[in-house]
Design a protein around this ligand. Structure first.
Ligand SMILES: NC(=O)c1ccc[n+]([C@@H]2O[C@H](COP(=O)([O-])OP(=O)(O)OC[C@H]3O[C@@H](n4cnc5c(N)ncnc54)[C@H](OP(=O)(O)O)[C@@H]3O)[C@@H](O)[C@H]2O)c1
Ligand SMILES: *[C@@H]1O[C@H](CO)[C@@H](O)[C@H](O)[C@H]1NC(C)=O
Ligand SMILES: *[C@@H]1O[C@H](CO)[C@@H](O)[C@H](O)[C@H]1NC(C)=O
Ligand SMILES: CC(=O)N[C@H]1CO[C@H](CO)[C@@H](O)[C@@H]1O
Length: 379
């Protein structure tokens, strides 16, 4: 056995669609002589494909047909044991499971996987922003003898360096005062269009902007799933927990039992709350355009725009998501295009001018990059 074989990192990918597929492609594009990754498990919600490390997936096109033709059902409970078994057979081997689903069922298995010595890398926010007891179980499993690591960079801002930036600031003793940003690509698109910085820009109705965003595939099929603010609340929970966990001294931040503890302003008009159909929702939204118009006009009179932002105010001990006003000259007003994310870190060192991270916060290529960046930390 060559020494390099001992450094194998076995990869299992649960959920192979756009980004999962893109991740396979990015892993296989690493120079063979230097590539430590061996893809030995792929799974959709229906089927699974298991291979030995010797027969790991190497064909960035052919795997789809192989997975479709596989006779194995996707049984989540088997994945951990399969990978742990392979790790036990090769000295120095490691294994990581990539969860590319938005499934709560998959997230629930992280503590078990990590306790088995497997690492978990994922853009799925559910486990880290859900019930505190799940997150505590992940921490405990990772701290236990032989426990694996958990990697969460792509849960906030997809491939943008957000969590890593935060970790390095806190680890080196900087004190974070406040993090504020536009964390939802959908909300970014909607308000960049609805409330543009330039006074010459058209002033479309709110319902029209939402309708167009939906047609372009920027919103969930039911726009209320974006307008409820929960996606932002989940991302803020992950940031707030990370600040609390890694700050050198105790912070005033609340202990969030789950993302539901974040003060979140929903943009769903109360009478449309709970409508089951996305079409019906979009059909009735024009009835509420006047309210949004008024907010835009008030802001414009003050030389401001509207943005849906998330704030982790460490000094005030507040975590909140909602509609805020920013001057037309502010980066949140001027530098966002399309569905960009932007995140400002106000810290003791980055003061008075904050550190700013900005760019595409969604999309297959950048999200897969965020995950692969995490995998490279295991090498
Ligand atoms: N897309 C982005 O730009 C982006 C950016 C940042 C973060 N994220 C996060 O990435 C995750 C996935 O994104 P998404 O919204 O595209 O999710 P999605 O549409 O629900 O895709 C889920 C994928 O996982 C598979 N799957 C679902 N449940 C499963 C289960 N129980 N066992 C095995 N496989 C299962 C599905 O299989 P089938 O194909 O068989 O249905 C599908 O391949 C989410 O957590 C999302 O929040 C996405
Ligand atoms: C808003 O979107 C519409 C439709 O796509 C487009 O014509 C318009 O230029 C956009 N406005 C701004 C300010 O981006
Ligand atoms: C994200 O991962 C880092 C380790 O890479 C960890 O310190 C931090 O607590 C994690 N945050 C959450 C919310 O899981
Ligand atoms: C983050 C990620 O990888 N998301 C992808 C997971 O798989 C589904 C399809 O099965 C894609 O649509 C997502 O983009």
């Amino acid at each position: 056995m060559s020494p390099s074989q001992n450094k194998d990192i076995l990869v299992g990918i649960v959920g192979v669609g756009l980004v999962g597929g893109e991740l396979v492609k990015q892993i296989l594009s690493i120079n063979k002589a230097k590539n430590p990754f061996k893809i030995v498990l792929l799974s959709s919600s229906r089927k699974a494909l298991y291979t030995s490390p010797e027969n790991a997936i190497t064909d960035s096109e052919g795997w789809k047909a192989k997975l479709d033709a596989s006779a194995e059902k996707a049984e989540l409970s088997k994945f951990g044991g399969y990978l742990a078994g392979l790790v036990a057979q090769g000295k120095g081997r490691k294994a990581v499971i990539v969860d590319n689903t938005s499934s709560e069922d998959v997230a629930r298995l992280y503590p078990e996987w990590i306790a088995q010595g497997l690492s978990v890398a994922t853009p799925n926010k559910k486990a880290f922003s859900g019930e505190k007891k799940t997150w505590d179980a992940i921490l405990a499993a990772s701290d236990s003898e032989g426990g694996g690591r958990w990697l969460n960079e792509s849960t906030v801002g997809a491939g943008l360096p957000v969590i890593n930036t935060l970790k390095e600031m806190l680890g080196s003793g900087d004190r974070v005062k406040k993090i504020e940003g536009v964390f939802s690509g959908t909300m970014s698109y909607i308000f960049n269009n609805f409330s543009a910085a330039s006074s010459d820009a058209p002033k479309p109705a709110f319902s029209e902007v939402v309708k167009v965003a939906r047609e372009k595939g920027y919103t969930e099929p039911h726009p209320a799933d974006d307008l409820n603010g929960f996606d932002v609340a989940r991302k803020l929970t992950i940031l707030a927990r990370t600040v609390s966990a890694l700050s050198h001294s105790q912070t005033k931040l609340p202990e969030l039992e789950s993302f539901l503890d974040v003060q979140t302003q929903s943009l769903i008009p109360a009478p449309l709350e709970g409508l089951a159909s996305g079409d019906e929702f979009v059909g009735k939204l024009p009835g509420f355009d006047e309210e949004f118009n008024k907010l835009r006009e008030e802001a414009a009179k003050e030389g401001q725009v509207l943005r849906f932002v998330g704030v982790v105010d460490v000094e005030a001990g507040v975590v909140k998501a909602g509609l805020e006003k920013y001057p037309v000259t502010h980066p949140f007003a001027t530098s966002l295009g399309g569905s960009d994310n932007i995140i400002m870190f106000h810290t003791e060192r980055y003061s008075p001018r904050p550190l700013i991270v900005q760019g595409a916060g969604a999309g297959a290529a950048v999200t897969a990059m965020g995950v692969l960046g995490d995998l490279l930390k295991l090498v």
